[in-house]
Design a binder for this molecule. Structure first.
Ligand code: NOJ
Length: 532
């Protein structure tokens, strides 16, 4: 039965923020060659794929999501030869490599934009979104940048505004222009030809905007003090019907290569995620489901989310779950270290492809960043709202040495104050550590098709506990997760069995019949007797 599934359905994706993973040349920023040097760790951990945030030449106005050349490697990360070696070494270990693809915008230093802004009659003018001022001389529409202020910037030299959904240094490409589509699809082929196994597509829902340039309506739920970029509903700037044609074009490029994966970054409610699979599965393989991050961490909410998502998915829609990324506070900070263990078990036992964020496997926390060390433009463009993303992007904590085994130099962001205690070396041989829990969960998932690709059956939400069953090929597992801090008992009516894993890593083999006792902040996986 496992063979009927693709690697990206069975596998677990590990997201690497390349500036923060491993540095060995002492400049305080991570390098590609050093990701290669850590592949043995990732193989030991048991992940199946790595997704690397952008590594392309970039002025780093937005941490690399401002791409100045789509088909090269930024020298600060290495060379194309280093990249080829990384892919070859990863593949040798059975690890796939997924790249970030940033279609919505380039850097303002990209040669395309330099040409586009050079004159109104430049052949590349229409590669970006230029408009005349509104009658009052102001911006052409009321559209807002995700990073604060208007989404339009005035260009003195050519007397027009250009659109940027993010920073002024990130002008939006015009995906309605066939030449842009053509050039950007060629970018995919460039990396696919080098052996890349797929893409995570940045800001996918934004690539098409209203061609009648209508103003976005006010957001009735917005209150002063909220994130100002949410003051308007993004009706005319995100999730337009025409975006699906772009998704199909991208998918077609991937489909010309065997076994590649297309992941769309989409912060959308479940019902609006579904169309991104395509009507018959011709869209994204994995439209990202961020609802574990966005929902309150309560059994009622999380249990209902799982049931609602499963019920909503079309037959051709494979689920996926994400617990953390470089844009969000870390899971151990959001829900606390004790629940981070429960969350690990949920992530790796729910039906669907899990994505882990580097460092979450050792319980890394958000690191407070003093304003003078802030690197994320959001920290200073939207000050006082706690939206800066640096705290979740700090260097990986490998060991207790002064540079945490990340660097011998000055790290580009401060190391966590607890790095001497919370690190890979300290947890690797500790039978009760979070890292051991992750490793055992990953191993169990790999061994058991029921956990990897099996059916999902909700088994109720009992006060603080979310319970569900997974089954395949005659094997059945009950997963019961106590999202509360108090001990409790549940009787999920699934029959007897034995505990194969507790988040506390101390109940292996314990028989279960009828009533199942859970400590506070504990989750267990029970191998159930009897065929499915
Ligand atoms: C989403 C990326 O994850 C984020 O880091 C970036 O700032 C925006 N898209 C713009 O590219």
């Amino acid at each position: 039965m496992e063979r009927a599934h693709h690697w990206w359905q069975r596998g677990v994706i590990y997201h690497i923020y390349p500036r923060s993973f491993q540095d060995s040349n002492g400049d305080g920023e991570g390098d590609l060659a050093d990701i290669t040097s850590r592949l043995d760790y990732l193989a030991w951990l048991g992940v199946d794929a790595i997704w690397i945030s952008p590594i392309y030449p970039s002025p780093l106005a937005d941490g690399g999501y401002d791409v100045a050349d789509y088909t090269d490697i930024d020298p600060r990360f290495g060379t194309l030869a280093d990249f080829d070696r990384l892919v070859a070494e990863a593949h040798r270990r059975g690890i796939r490599v997924i790249l970030d693809y940033v279609p919505n915008h380039s850097s303002d230093r990209h040669p395309w934009f330099l040409a586009s802004r050079a004159s109104r009659d430049n052949p590349k003018r229409d590669w970006y979104l230029w408009r005349d001022p509104a009658p009052d001389g102001g911006p052409p529409t009321n559209w807002l940048s995700y990073f604060g202020g208007s989404a339009w910037t005035w260009d003195e030299q050519t007397g027009q505004y250009y659109l940027h959904s993010y920073l002024p240094e990130q002008p939006d490409l015009n995906w309605r222009n066939p030449a842009v589509r053509h050039a950007m699809l060629d970018v995919l082929r460039f990396w696919l030809d080098r052996g890349v196994d797929g893409f995570r597509v940045d800001a996918l829902s934004q690539v098409i905007k209203d061609d009648r340039w209508r103003d976005n309506p006010p957001n009735p739920h917005w209150r002063p003090g909220d994130d100002p970029s949410r003051a308007l509903l993004r009706v005319y700037t995100s999730d337009l019907p025409e975006v699906h044609a772009v998704v199909r074009d991208i998918r077609q490029v991937l489909d010309a290569y065997p076994d590649r994966v297309l992941i769309g970054e989409l912060y959308l409610p479940i019902e609006r995620l579904l169309p991104y699979y395509g009507e018959r599965g011709e869209g994204c393989h994995l439209p990202t489901n961020f609802h574990l991050i966005l929902s309150p961490w309560r059994a009622t909410e999380i249990g209902a989310l799982m049931e609602r998502y499963e019920a909503a998915l079309p037959d051709h829609g494979w689920p996926n779950w994400v617990l953390g990324n470089h844009d969000q506070p870390r899971v151990a900070t959001r829900i606390g270290p004790a629940q981070a263990r429960v969350a690990a078990m949920l992530l790796l036992t729910a039906r669907g492809t899990p994505t882990m964020y580097y460092g979450d496997e050792i319980g890394m926390q958000d690191v407070p960043i003093p304003p003078e060390r802030a690197q994320d433009p959001v920290a200073w463009r939207l000050p006082g709202l706690g939206l800066g993303r640096d705290p979740a992007r700090t260097p990986m904590q490998w060991d207790r040495s002064p540079g945490a085994g990340f660097t011998t130099g000055e790290p580009w962001l401060p190391l966590a104050p607890d790095a001497a205690q919370v690190n890979v070396a300290a947890q690797q041989d500790d039978p009760r550590s979070l890292l051991t829990l992750y490793r055992r969960l990953l191993a169990l998932r790999r061994e058991e098709p029921a956990l990897q690709v099996g059916a999902y059956l909700p088994r109720g939400i009992h006060a603080d506990v979310v319970a569900f069953e997974r089954r395949a090929g005659g094997r059945r597992f009950l997963i019961a997760l106590n999202l509360g801090a108090h001990p409790t008992r549940v009787e999920p009516d699934t029959g007897a069995g034995r505990i194969v894993l507790s988040t506390a890593l101390d109940r292996d083999g314990e028989p279960v019949a009828g009533m199942l006792a859970l400590r506070g902040d504990e989750g267990v996986i029970v191998a159930l007797d009897g065929a499915a």
